[in-house]
Design a protein around this ligand. Structure first.
Ligand SMILES: C[C@@H](O)[C@H](NC(=O)OP(=O)(O)OC[C@H]1O[C@@H](n2cnc3c(N)ncnc32)[C@H](O)[C@@H]1O)C(=O)O
Ligand SMILES: [Fe+2]
Length: 570
């Protein structure tokens, strides 16, 4: 099969021919370079209008020259529209800049009609991740897309690419580009930040992770302010990379931990960054997970990824009529019916929990959910310990939680984060308990070694025993802590323990707040973890709202709708 792919969502006017015999991809691209500032949508669309016909022509010329390789469909008649051996035209239907997308849509319709072949509409974000899965051969990986206008973690579950986590404001590339524009550098800024970062030293910038979601607006303002105040640009660039890529690597690790999968692929233009690649590689190595990055030509915007996914969609019968081929600037990846993977394994197939062998001193008396003495989460190692295995006397059922130092992170940032989170966890765990919510008693906290001694609670993680009753209780508990001005920060199904009661644990990302936006984010993080891992999420999602409303403020539920509907492509 041969597919003509067409891309042009923002800056790359690109066409490609994918031939599944031999898995070959021929790409021809013509980038738009703004004279000054960032991408101007109208100028970019004009560029698409001029450049697309040329790149399509080059690709068709290549297709005609190599048509013998696709002899099954081609004819030798030089007047036949099928002399290129093309079976369908696939194009980026969204997301992207409206004026650019409309130009691409027009070019794709014209090409499909001229070649007399069907049209396939491709979601650009799904294409960024499918190319990684295609090239790696992984079964059901977590996919980190780090592109210009977006940043998110996706995994296949219940017939869709579910969003495990995403930016709550700007895309990662756009965040870097906004900073470089502020200091007067030409677009695109990402590669220039990478080059400048080689000589930098760490300065303090905001680091914002909320469950598996994250935000870049605070860090961008802080970086611009630092530049205005005369900080060395190399230091800002270095620190931007350490913070932003550290955040992305951390949430990727959380997603691996939550889903239980051990495969990660990277996609998107920012994925070309060597520091981001090495952080992810180190993180995966530490966990024993497999990591794969496609070649640069498939990371930045390109029509090759559109043609490869187009071929999969075509084979699954996903062609569209001209009438249905309107473009969608806000096309979300989780709107796509992933027909080409029907019946395949979910990303959450391994979510039975992470375990490692017990260490010396671990007791053999664990409850059902703790199959071994040691649990390794995304952040910490938790050992169930005997009362005698400590310098001071402990009650019988105890855990020692040690936050691990992460080799992928800058050492100074690592020390700050592990220390702050250890202290926050001790404080907020106790405060939530005082607000009437079951949480472990805190026996001791040592910020220096990032270690806590906590009461052992519950029998299993909620992830292993998802019931509407338990979720309703989690809704009650979240409302109760919010009523007390506390935010959990990471209430996924791995941070709730169930047994005789329902316990909230792991307040390491918790903080004090009176803002309903922060409360709504807690509910969003919980809902996202359910939607991405539960077999039948609908009743569980209802239980979150039901439980919350029974105890808390309905304004938070209203805000949740806004948070989840928010257009996040900037
Ligand atoms: C919707 C679509 O138009 C958009 N595509 C897009 O923005 O182009 P993409 O090629 O995926 O990513 C471009 C971004 O990638 C950044 N970038 C490129 N090389 C980089 C590098 N070495 N380090 C950091 N950022 C880099 C650029 O600065 C720019 O912000 C998207 O996928 O979000
Ligand atoms: Fe892109």
């Amino acid at each position: 099969m041969r597919v003509l792919g067409i891309e042009g969502t923002a800056w790359a006017a690109s066409a490609a021919c994918y031939d599944d015999t031999g898995d070959s991809v021929f790409i021809e691209s013509d980038p738009y370079q703004p004279d000054s500032g960032g991408i101007h949508p109208r100028e970019a669309a004009e560029h698409m209008g001029e450049a697309l016909p040329n790149v399509i022509d080059s690709v068709l010329t290549h297709a005609a020259e190599t048509v013998d390789d696709a002899a099954d469909t081609a004819t030798n008649d030089t007047d036949s529209p099928n002399r290129y051996g093309i079976d369908c035209v696939a194009f980026s239907q969204g997301p992207g800049l409206g004026p650019c997308l409309r130009t691409v849509g027009t070019a794709a319709r014209a090409a499909a009609q001229a070649l007399n072949v069907p049209l396939v509409g491709v979601n650009h974000m799904v294409a960024h991740l499918e190319i990684g899965r295609h090239q790696s051969g992984f079964d059901s990986p977590v996919c980190l897309n780090a592109s210009g206008a977006n940043a998110h973690l996706l995994g296949y579950h219940n017939g869709r690419y579910q969003v495990l986590g995403e930016t709550m404001d700007t895309g990662v590339g756009n965040a870097l580009d906004k900073f470089t524009r502020h200091i007067g550098w030409e677009h695109p800024g990402g590669p220039k930040v990478e080059a400048a970062a080689t000589d930098g030293e760490l300065i303090d910038l905001p680091y914002v992770v909320k469950g598996m979601d994250f935000s870049f607006s605070g860090i961008m303002s802080a970086a611009k302010d630092a530049a205005d105040e005369g900080e060395a640009i190399e230091d800002i660039c270095f620190s931007l990379q350490e913070h932003i890529f550290g955040m992305l690597t951390e949430v990727a690790e959380r997603a691996l931990s939550l889903t239980g999968t051990d495969e990660l692929v990277l996609g998107g233009g920012v994925g070309q960054n060597a520091r981001l690649q090495s952080m992810l590689e180190t993180m995966c190595e530490e966990r024993g997970a497999a990591f794969d990055v496609p070649d640069n030509r498939f990371l930045r915007d390109n029509a090759g990824m559109i043609a490869v996914l187009g071929a999969k969609q075509f084979a699954a019968g996903q062609t569209i009529t001209i009438e249905d081929s309107t473009v969608d600037p806000n096309f979300r990846p989780d709107e796509v019916a992933v027909a080409w993977r029907e019946g395949e394994q979910s990303v959450a197939c391994g979510r039975g929990g992470e375990t490692a062998s017990p260490t010396d001193g671990a007791t053999a008396t664990q409850s059902a959910g703790d199959r071994h003495g040691r649990q390794r989460g995304a952040e910490a190692v938790v050992d169930i310990i005997a009362p005698t295995d400590c310098e001071y006397e402990l009650p019988a059922r105890c855990v020692r939680k040690h936050r691990l130092s992460k080799a992928y992170r800058h050492p100074a940032l690592d020390t700050t984060l592990t220390g702050e989170r250890t202290t926050a966890e001790a404080r907020l765990t106790s405060e939530a308990r005082a607000a009437g919510v079951p949480t472990p008693l805190v026996w001791d906290v040592d910020r220096e070694t990032a270690t806590l001694h906590l009461q052992h609670v519950g029998e299993a993680d909620l992830a292993e025993r998802l019931t509407t009753d338990a979720i309703t209780t989690v809704g009650n508990h979240l409302a109760a802590i919010h009523n007390a001005g506390l935010v959990h920060g990471d209430p996924t199904t791995r941070n709730v323990r169930v047994g005789d009661r329902v316990w909230l644990i792991d307040f390491g990302l918790g903080f004090h707040s009176g803002h309903i936006e922060d409360y709504a984010m807690d509910l969003h993080v919980l809902r996202q973890s359910l939607a991405a891992t539960a077999d039948d999420p609908a009743p569980l999602l209802d239980a979150v709202s039901g439980g919350y409303t029974a105890v808390g403020d309905t304004a938070v539920i209203d805000r949740l709708a806004t948070v989840e509907d928010r257009g996040r492509y900037q």
